[in-house]
Design a protein around this ligand. Structure first.
Ligand code: COA
Length: 139
């Protein structure tokens, strides 16, 4: 997907708001521009209100990030973004998708489990202050 500077600015704002600056502008730009990566967006009129970013390596998909601006949450945005991302992953030959989530991120965990993701392992102390849960779904 080719983005205008304005669209990139909107994505970076979502990144900053939802992940409190875990990625720099340069990191986000290079992830979005990587041909291996898949970017899905949801818009209201011209404004991007949520995005999902993933990639497929051989036959496995991986979700890197998914976020919806706070004022647009609980309206099905992330649900639709993941459906879109899974479709694109299938088209690129993926048979499953993995993701990693903080054990205390109950909202995201509820989303993933609703969509059928299953917890396959725990990485204790993966984050400084939290464990990482690894989830997988068959595509
Ligand atoms: C997690 C996140 C992406 C969900 O986005 P969203 O657009 O609000 O999600 P949806 O509206 O599509 O939710 C779909 C379902 O997921 C579940 N869900 C989503 N957010 C939830 C929450 N905060 N608490 C409980 N369940 C939740 C619900 O089952 C929901 O369906 P319902 O609203 O009919 O009950 C959003 O809260 C977010 O951006 N969080 C910050 C970034 C983040 O933590 N990303 C994930 C780690 S990479």
């Amino acid at each position: 997907m080719t983005l205008t500077e304005e669209e990139f600015r909107q994505l970076f704002e979502i990144e900053q708001t939802c992940f409190h600056g875990s990625w720099t502008e340069e990191t986000l730009r290079s992830e979005i521009n990587s041909p291996l990566n898949i970017l899905c967006t949801e818009r209201r009129e011209e404004k991007i209100v949520g995005f999902a970013l993933g990639r497929v390596v051989v036959d496995e998909g991986e979700l890197y990030q998914i976020a919806t601006l706070p004022e647009y949450r609980r309206q099905g945005t992330a649900d639709r973004l993941l459906a879109q991302l899974h479709d694109e992953m299938r088209e690129r030959g993926a048979v499953c998708c993995f993701l990693e989530v903080r054990s205390r991120n109950s909202g995201a965990i509820a989303l993933y489990e609703k969509l059928g993701y299953q917890k396959i392992s725990v990485r204790r102390g993966y984050y400084d202050d939290d464990d990482a849960l690894i989830y997988r779904i068959e595509l």
